[in-house]
Write a protein that binds this ligand. Structure first.
Ligand SMILES: [Zn+2]
Length: 77
C-alpha cells in the first residue's frame, strides 16, 4: 500500500495559467506549485493538471527550481 491511486478528475481541461494570463511561473510560489504535485511530490502529468504544453513545461521547470532551492521536496515518503 505504498502508492494509492487517486481518482483523476477529467472534467475541467482548461489551462489555468492561460486563463489568468500568467507568462512566468514563480518558483517561490510554493502554494501554487504544491497543487501540481501528487502525494509523493512527483509532478502531475498534463492529463491531470489540464495545462497546455507551454505552461506544463514552465511549471515543471519552476517545480525543479523550487526543489533545488529546498522549497519543495524531491520525494515525499
Ligand atoms: Zn497555458
Amino acid at each position: 500500500m505504498a502508492y494509492q491511486k487517486i481518482q483523476p478528475q477529467f472534467s475541467k481541461k482548461t489551462c489555468r495559467f492561460c486563463e489568468q494570463r500568467i507568462d512566468y511561473i514563480d518558483y517561490k510560489d510554493v502554494k501554487l506549485l504544491q497543487k501540481y504535485v501528487n502525494s509523493i511530490a512527483k509532478i502531475d502529468q498534463r492529463k491531470r493538471t489540464g495545462n497546455c504544453p507551454k505552461h506544463q513545461r514552465a511549471l515543471a521547470q519552476a517545480i525543479k527550481r523550487a526543489r533545488i532551492m529546498a522549497l519543495m521536496p524531491f520525494v515525499n515518503r
